[in-house]
Design a protein around this ligand. Structure first.
Ligand code: SF4
Length: 432
């Protein structure tokens, strides 16, 4: 397949404007500023079927269409790029920012044009120091060529692009928490409505998109929505996709393929197969740690929003974590629970207390102190978290817990009954 989003990442000096322009960079920006209205840009993106690549899979053009059609006095529009990539197992946005920053900048400017914004903030997680520095240098180059700043490409439209560094809190990847953090408040999620398009940063109309989402936009503008529809599985899973492959595979990394790549093709072809030939596939988390796990016998599935939803899980951030037969599922779930307990902002009782209870119960099962009632307790706590919190972090902890306990109950029960790990016992006995 033709590499689209990653076409530049292996080139020498891929971060420079010269390399980006040589590959056709900023032609889409020239096109929209010279011959398209903001609404035409939105319509083209809507027609392409581009869905958000951050996790929710919401229609990008549809989201843009929620913004007011006019900029009211004293209420500028803001376009925020969510570069706070913190979901465990996810590292695709970092690749784009570190290796092809101008693609991210051009995509951001196209989105800003479509929603009539005069400022773009790229909110980047604090640990991504290198990516932030690369973006800063690229933005300087873009200003020098009048791709950004005042009177872009000689038009009446002006738009600043600013990199804003977060402090490394997972919760700031949630859009309302991100907005709070950006304006200088504590990164707390809040209930919606109001939605950002009505009241976002500083109370002004705001749209937030993920890095990979906006990286698709220059290609939609250059090649057209019909071309985008021809990549992937039209009409609802269109375009190229970056998949992050990690865990027990020979070649972990970021792989680009049309949306809807078969999961087994990613593991066994692109990823080179299982890390150890004598340890078969046991499970895959397909969309970052917050989504339900798939057993090996559920892995004949395409990696797109709808096929994975039909299997009871999600594409999420497309962070695929592959686990072989040596993996202790109790230990794996205990690590996940620890992460969410640590990252909970503490506003909602079900999440604040529930995540702590999940972690403590899982740790006691793992360490051989589990009680017979613990498995039902884990399920009960999880079910009482889901749907009862301000943001999705509570669900992110509860959904994997339910799937791990339900699908691998024998392993959890073995830990409780025998105070030992079934996976290690099987590995010692040479049983896959
Ligand atoms: S669900 Fe958790 S992270 Fe989200 S607002 Fe409530 S306490 Fe905070």
């Amino acid at each position: 397949m033709e590499r689209i989003l990653t076409r530049n990442v292996d080139k020498e000096n891929s971060t420079t404007l010269a390399v980006y322009e040589a590959s056709g960079g900023y032609q889409a920006l020239r096109k929209v500023t010279s011959s398209m209205t903001p609404d035409q840009v939105t319509d083209e993106v809507k027609k392409s079927g581009l869905r958000g690549r951050g996790g929710a899979g919401f229609g990008c053009g549809l989201k843009w269409s929620f913004m007011p059609k006019e900029v009211a006095a004293g209420r500028p529009h803001y376009f925020l790029i969510n570069a706070d990539e913190s979901e465990p197992g996810t590292f695709k946005d970092r690749l784009l920012m570190e290796k092809d920053p101008h693609l991210v900048i051009e995509g951001s400017l196209l989105g800003a044009y479509a929603i009539r914004a005069s400022k773009v903030y790229i909110y980047i997680r604090g640990e991504f120091v290198h990516a932030a520095n690369v973006l800063d240098r690229a933005i300087e180059e873009a200003y020098a060529k009048r791709y950004a700043g005042a009177n872009i490409l000689g038009t009446a439209w002006s738009c600043d692009v600013i990199v804003h560094r977060g402090a490394g809190a997972y919760i700031c990847g949630e859009e309302t928490a991100l907005m709070s953090s950006l304006v200088g408040d504590r990164g707390y999620p809040r209930l919606k409505p109001p939605f950002p398009a009505a009241s976002g940063v500083w109370g002004c109309p705001t749209t937030i998109n993920n890095v990979e989402t906006v990286a698709n936009v220059p290609f939609i503008i250059e090649r057209g929505a019909d071309w985008f529809l021809s990549v992937g599985k039209a009409p609802k899973n269109t375009g190229p996709k970056l998949y992050c492959l990690s865990g027990h595979v020979k070649r972990p990394g970021v792989y680009e393929a049309p949306l809807g790549l078969p999961l087994r093709e990613l593991i066994y072809d692109l990823g080179g197969g299982m890390l150890h030939d004598d340890r078969p596939l046991k499970a895959v988390i397909p969309g970052g740690s917050s989504v339900p796990v798939l057993r090996a016998d559920e892995c004949d599935v395409d990696l797109d929003f709808d096929a994975l939803a039909a299997k009871g899980t999600m594409l999420g951030s497309a962070g695929l974590m592959v686990m072989d037969s040596s993996t202790c599922m109790v230990g794996a779930m205990a690590r996940i629970a620890h992460f969410y307990r640590h990252e909970s902002c503490g506003q909602c009782t079900p999440c604040r207390e529930g995540c702590g209870w999940l972690e403590r119960i899982l740790q006691r099962i793992e360490s051989g102190r589990g009680l017979q009632q613990d498995l039902d307790l884990l399920l009960s706590i999880s079910n009482n978290i889901i749907g009862n919190t301000i943001c999705a972090l509570g669900d992110a902890a509860a959904m994997p817990a339910i799937s791990f306990v339900t699908k691998f109950r024998d392993e959890f029960q073995h830990h409780i009954d025998h105070k030992a790990c079934l996976a290690s016992t099987r590995a010692l006995q040479g049983v896959g």
